[in-house]
Design a binder for this molecule. Structure first.
Ligand code: CDP
Ligand code: MG
Length: 731
């Protein structure tokens, strides 16, 4: 039942970028009252447009109207009515009647656990209440989110509600994007960013309140934050700590925080009828599509929410649904298909929030995003196939993969609950009641127990926390995974034999990147190619969204891509070539179109690169370029990625050198047809096979030269060439 999958969703920084652009449009809409209504509340939009017509009419009548002054006062009255409308909305939220009680509880206790269903107003309202009660006079309010999209969209919403410009009093901070200023008093941020702030300010002195939101998601960063904020709360009695969660595991949080009181916000929940299938479904995607159509044809009005595992699945479902609804004929009402996943362009994302037109029905095809991070009004039916994509980690091999995995009972409950927000709902589970009771775990395993910990260990070491085995974890990670992380950091020379941070390690910790990438950057000093290496690091950080391949132009797109691979330079150098060529055209958009390159991703890479350049300065590494010395660049890459080395086998597959495992070159690699004898890879992805993605050829003696403590000569003896009969060598 575990189907293989790609790592498409692992990292998709540019979706967030787009969301940001959307807010800009949203604000522009508000300002100029364009016809683009979807971004803002219709109520005040209309008032504004009427007024504009009125002004224009008066001007045309020849009245002596000062157009600018009118616009100005109009601006103000419009903003005022917008604020009033939003205030009305705020008052309708389930949390509103408990405002004073909540403030009293915060006043009386240093640590408070807050529980309330998704949509009750925790994230948007609590920081505002605290601000209104004067907490921001003593310092900022931080509110952490596990998802970058959520941090941005919530900050945008709250800045609207407070009638301030996003980035001024209300801002957000996510990796590679800081939208805050001197004025900022309410700061939404990813949990990972608050973690990084400890590096510069170990007591979080600039904050008066820290709200660890969506605590039930138990991301790695949230779990580490728990330990750190618990620690500082002991010597900062003035710091208020709020732990908020959408689920009922509040006791666990309370226990951890020395029996902190629990504040429950009563939800408004309607009954949800749960249906199971009688027999297990062989193909849940098809079952989900059939069920959607059945609901559409037989059930009373109300929108449908289908939980799928990722972009590909959603796109497939969308295509099939479109095809099949066409076959239904004109007697059946329209079915609007709305996909939502993090990588979806924002204009399309907004569609799921638009009210469904009269007589039509909406079907939202969503990833886990819709489980708690995002609230869609009007959902009456939920279809739950019972799967999600989840990261898993093998501490023995150090390999991480994203797998389609059965969800937990807790997730299933959350999903079902999404149908009963505004009225009674129905949930269709595409698995049997037996499966539910016997096969699903009660709770999702916290990320800390199924991920690579190298990053976190490096951070904790930089914070001076040495005894990791006795760190106050809510749920400890497997000791094996901790050891593996220490081992890797030692191999990268970030730690010495005693487990202490080295100068290299201290420099590495400055970069908000995986340790292997940070090491690659720090090592570029030696090979005098830091300029080139940060371009490569930035391009790698953007993920796999640089090249695009439209269905009708695949050959053209592939040819364009191969242009950057001339000379079989390998994928890293190809990425560098893409970046440099784009820079040479003065960052031309046209050039991107011509070369089948996503301009958005490139802009994002440029942004990231700028920040990496700033960090280089901070760790006092000079910006030097040496693009003619390709070997120097490759050695820098190897300095970070030597644990990811693999050797060609006789049958054309590869074998990883350190923990032998069979792997293959990803078909998208420029070296897929070349099959060099020795390679380093950026990452492994499991689809139909275990694939290496982003590959560069290396010389085996580099491994011994660069990592003598990790590889011995016998590891890199070129046995393939020795044993292989003449004429069969492929490299
Ligand atoms: O955190 P919690 O799930 O309790 O609720 P919230 O995120 O504060 O959302 C409260 C309400 O604010 C939602 O029901 C939405 O109507 C609205 N909201 C919004 O319009 N846009 C956002 N980006 C976030 C929330
Ligand atoms: Mg929330």
């Amino acid at each position: 039942r575990y189907r293989d999958t790609t790592a498409e969703e692992k990292m998709n920084p540019f979706a967030e970028q787009e969301a940001w652009e959307e807010h800009q449009i949203g604000k522009a809409t508000l300002k100029y009252g364009s016809k683009n209504k979807k971004q803002t509340s219709d109520d005040y939009q209309f008032v504004f447009e009427d007024q504009i017509d009125f002004i224009k009419a008066s001007v045309m009548d020849g009245d002596n109207v000062d157009y600018e002054e009118m616009e100005d006062s109009l601006e103000k009255s419009k903003a005022k009515s917008a604020l009033e409308a939003l205030l009305e909305e705020r008052k309708k939220l389930p949390i509103y009647p408990y405002r004073d009680e909540l403030l009293k509880a915060v006043d009386e206790h240093q640590v408070l656990v807050i529980v309330g269903e998704t949509g009750s107003g925790k994230t948007t309202q609590i920081p505002q209440y605290l601000h209104e009660a004067g907490y921001t006079k003593r310092g900022m309010i931080a509110c952490t989110q596990p998802r970058r999209v959520a941090a941005m969209s919530v900050a945008a919403r709250v800045s609207q509600e407070m009638g301030v410009k996003l980035g001024h009093e209300v801002g957000y901070s996510i990796r590679f994007e800081d939208c805050t200023s001197e004025k900022t008093i309410v700061k939404y941020m990813t949990d990972g960013m608050l973690l990084r702030e400890f590096l510069g300010e170990p007591d979080l002195a600039s904050y008066s309140v820290v709200m660890v939101d969506e605590a039930h998601e138990r991301t790695l960063s949230t779990d580490i934050l728990f330990g750190l904020v618990k620690d500082i709360s002991r010597f900062r009695p003035d710091l208020k700590l709020l732990i908020s969660s959408a689920t009922l595991d509040a006791e666990k949080f309370s226990d951890y925080f020395d029996s902190a009181p629990i504040f429950k916000i009563p939800g408004r929940r309607y009954p949800v009828e749960i249906n199971f299938t009688k027999a297990p479904e062989a193909d849940y995607l098809d079952a989900a599509i059939v069920t959607s159509l059945q609901i559409h044809v037989t059930q009373p009005p109300g929108d449908i929410l289908v939980f799928l595992t990722g972009q590909e699945e959603i796109e497939t479902a969308e295509e099939i649904l479109k095809h099949r609804t066409r076959g239904l004929g004109t007697k059946i009402a329209e079915l609007m298909i709305c996909p939502i996943y993090a990588n979806l362009p924002t204009e399309l994302q907004a569609k799921i929030f638009e009210p469904t037109p009269e007589g039509a029905r909406k079907v939202v095809l969503a990833t886990n995003i819709a489980e708690t991070s995002l609230t869609i009004d009007g959902i009456k039916y939920v279809i739950d196939p019972g799967f999600c994509k989840m990261k898993s980690y093998n501490p023995r091999t150090g390999m991480e993969s994203l797998l389609i995995t059965p969800i937990s009972k807790a997730s299933a409950m959350q999903r079902a609950g999404r149908s009963g927000r505004t009225g009674p709902g129905k949930c269709f589970r595409l698995y049997t009641a037996y499966n539910f009771h016997n096969d699903l775990d009660d709770n999702t395993v916290p990320e800390i127990q199924r991920t690579n910990l190298a990053n976190v260990v490096l951070m904790l070491k930089s914070l001076g926390i040495h005894d990791l085995l006795h760190f106050d974890f809510m749920d400890p990670p497997p000791a094996e995974a901790l050891l593996k992380a220490l081992e890797l950091l030692f191999a990268l020379s970030a730690l010495n034999k005693l487990g202490e941070l080295t100068k290299v390690g201290r420099r590495m910790a400055e970069f908000p990147l995986d340790p292997m990438l940070s090491k690659m950057i720090v090592a570029s000093e030696k090979y005098q190619c830091s300029e080139d290496i940060i371009s490569i690091a930035a391009m790698l950080s953007v993920g796999n969204s640089i090249f695009y391949r439209p269905k009708d132009k695949q050959v053209h797109a592939d040819n364009a891509r191969l242009n950057f691979h001339t000379g079989n330079v390998g994928d890293h150098i190809a990425l560098l070539k893409v970046y440099s060529s784009w820079k040479e055209t003065n960052y031309s958009t046209q050039w991107c179109y011509e070369n089948y390159i996503q301009v958005r991703s490139m802009k994002r890479a440029r942004d990231i690169r700028d920040q990496l350049a700033g960090l280089l300065e901070r760790v006092e590494i000079e910006l030097t370029s040496n693009s003619s010395d390709v070997d120097g660049i490759k050695k820098s890459i190897t300095s970070g990625f030597f644990p990811h080395s693999a050797r060609l086998q006789k049958n054309g597959s590869y074998r990883t050198v350190k923990h032998p495992q069979t792997v293959h070159i990803h078909p998208s690699s420029g070296l897929a047809q070349v099959l060099p004898r020795w390679v380093v890879y950026h990452e492994l992805v499991l689809t139909t096979k275990e694939y290496m993605r982003q590959i560069t050829e290396l010389k085996p003696d580099w491994l011994v030269e660069i990592a003598p403590h990790y590889y011995q000569l016998k590891d890199v003896e070129d046995s393939v060439s020795k044993k292989m009969p003449r004429g069969e060598g492929r490299a």
